[in-house]
Design a protein around this ligand. Structure first.
Ligand code: ATP
Length: 579
């Protein structure tokens, strides 16, 4: 801030050499200034480093906490699309970091420069300063209006970016589906549309910023012109020197730069607020099913699970009642299969058991207590889940089986793998240390690793959702024998959802769910013989389907082997043996 003053004094010094710089001779003043500039340079270096570091730290902490908060939400929350959440964690947090550090630092510097500049100008000539300050009110009003508009635009832009990421993420995750349908041009168009949405918003921002900066520049230049005219007049009347006028003009440039820096600071802040709203949405969101609220369920406690008149609708589709007054009891250590047409609510029963959702009415009880009494964390500890298409994560076979339990030993992992019939692991090049990804194992192998992953937790309840429906008969056979072994040898309650007869036959008890209601309940041997029964009808359809499949070339022998060693109650139906 001393430079304009120095230049003014220098001009006056050359026109009249007896001029001093605040009483100092010019060489001494120059030395002092050099020192001041050196200190200034050091401070600037420190500012740049500290601001970048603190910005990086803010972004890192906001990201970590927002990610943790996201992971602790109820599963329904993730249905809004991972792409949008990833864009919040990536782009929006960067904008916040930028806004809070570089922007804040530039803003502070602009405020200090403006205040010191105006003070120096008042010191040189209060009259001329008054002329210059006339531009401040219109520019400030313009900045406020522009800032508000920008905040709105910024939020819309971040949302559009989120949509764009969501679209790309979904399709890139289904790369093979897109390729097999030759849908690349359609997907490219869809993505281009999302990109265009972002571009349109950026265009609005570009026009608004052009108008704002153009008009505030014009206002500044006009003020400069007035200053020059009026200043020249004051010089001609010897009220100020040429050096003073020069200093004043340069200060005006400084202050003008600071004011435009301040508007940049304001608009940057507004951008940050826009992005911040989206990140704080994640950070502040209270989960509908908080993970740590309730009492901790003691690990060894056993008891039946009971659905008491449970009705349920998904929060995102309130108009469809998925479960309608379901009553169901699952005794400790028994196996139950849920059969029923597609969309009848089978998976929803498992989702309620896992407490991914809460019922709208009725209760899910464990050992006489509503499961809502327990923390979802401690409740889920006792449940092992195997889904139809289990996800394996990048890492070793060991880390996939030990997923969620870092302290699990190799012996425990191997024991679970044995129980889940995962013999193939021992034949892999590096055994349990073999690195696997999303796509490096067959469906049946993945499924068995998923069963081992569920078993390693030593669950007291195992949930299998159509664990065999996507498999060929060989893989189905391996998975089913693993299942047999578990049902027979472990004291685990098993709830399995299945369409395939060979899998259903493994359970000690079967319930048929239709349109959200239990319509039949009994042992396999009873239900498959009940004349006109729902299960019998369903099975006849399934039987025809499976027969068709075998005729089309599936390995009949495998299926026979399947049924040759069914669990209690199965294998008595001649139709099944026929399969
Ligand atoms: N996350 C969700 N949000 C909204 N509706 C859902 C959701 N998941 C399932 N539904 C709906 O709830 C109903 C029951 O679905 P559910 O998955 O429980 O049936 P299912 O018997 O397991 O079917 P399938 O045998 O085809 O897997 C269906 O109408 C389905 O469209």
């Amino acid at each position: 801030m001393l430079i304009p003053l120095t230049i003014g004094k220098l001009i006056d010094f050359f026109s009249s050499p007896q001029t001093t710089f605040f009483g100092l001779s010019f060489p001494v003043a120059a030395a002092c200034l050099a020192l001041t500039f050196a200190i200034g340079a050091g401070a600037n270096t420190g500012r740049a480093i500290l601001m970048r570091l603190s910005g990086g730290r803010i972004v890192a902490r906001v990201r970590e906490q927002a990610y943790l908060s996201t992971l602790r939400q109820e599963p329904e929350f993730a249905d809004r699309g991972a792409g949008d959440i990833v864009s919040r964690l990536g782009i929006d947090t960067s904008i916040i970091g930028e806004s809070l550090t570089n922007n804040l630092s530039d803003g502070l510097r602009a405020i200090i420069s403006a205040v010191v500049g105006v003070a120096a100008m008042v010191m040189i000539s209060a009259k001329l300063t008054g002329v210059m300050l006339a531009v401040v009110p219109p520019v400030s009003i313009g900045a406020v209006i522009y800032g508000r508009y920008l905040r709105k635009l910024s939020k819309q832009t971040q949302e559009a970016l989120g949509e764009m990421s969501k679209t790309a993420e979904e399709k890139l995750n289904a790369f093979k589906t897109v390729a097999s349908f030759n849908a690349q041009p359609i997907e490219a168009r869809l993505f281009a549309k999302k990109v265009d949405d972002v571009f349109q918003l950026m265009r609005k921002e570009a026009i608004a910023s052009g108008i704002f900066y153009g008009s505030s520049g014009l206002t500044g230049n006009l003020a400069m012109l007035c200053l020059l005219g009026y200043g020249g007049h004051l010089v001609s009347r010897s009220e100020i020197t040429v050096g003073d006028l020069t200093s004043l003009l340069i200060y005006t440039g400084y202050v003008g730069g600071s004011v435009s820096g301040l508007t940049g600071f304001w608009t940057g802040l507004m951008k940050g607020v826009g992005a911040g709203t989206r990140v704080f949405d994640l950070l502040d969101r209270k989960s509908a099913i908080p993970l740590s609220v309730g009492k901790t369920l003691e690990p060894g406690r056993e008891g039946p699970i009971r659905f008491e008149n449970v009705s349920f609708t998904y929060p995102s589709r309130k108009e469809v009642e998925v479960l309608k007054g379901v009553d169901l009891q699952i005794e400790v250590g028994t196996s139950l299969a849920i059969a029923g047409p597609s969309g009848s609510g089978k998976s929803s029963i498992q989702a309620l058991i896992c407490r991914f959702y809460d019922p709208n009415s009725g209760r899910v009880m464990f050992d006489g207590e509503d499961i809502r009494e327990f923390t979802p964390e401690s409740w889920r500890e006792r449940i092992g889940v195997v889904s139809q298409d289990p996800t394996l994560f990048t890492g070793s076979v060991h880390s996939n089986i030990a997923y969620g339990r870092e302290q699990t030993t190799r012996e425990e992992v191997e024991e679970a793998a044995r129980m889940a019939n995962c013999d193939f692991i021992w034949d892999l090049p590096q055994g349990f240390d073999t690195q696997i990804g999303k796509a490096s194992l067959s469906g049946g192998q993945k499924q068995r690793i998923a069963i081992a992953r569920a078993l390693v937790r030593k669950p007291s309840l195992l949930l299998l959702d159509e664990a065999t429906s996507a498999l060929d008969s060989t893989s189905e056979h391996s998975v089913n024998s693993a299942l047999d072994q578990i049902i027979r040898t472990q004291n685990i309650s098993v709830i399995l959802i299945a369409h395939r007869l060979a899998t259903l036959a493994r359970a000690e008890r079967i319930v048929v769910l239709e349109n959200g209601k239990i319509t039949e309940d009994g042992r396999y041997s009873e239900l498959s013989r009940r004349p006109g029964g729902r299960f019998r009808t369903l099975m006849a359809a399934q039987l025809a389907l499976e027969k068709n499949r075998s005729n089309e070339g599936e390995d009949d022998e495998e299926v026979e082997v399947e049924v040759a060693k069914p669990a209690t109650g199965a294998g008595e139906d001649p139709k099944i043996n026929q399969v």
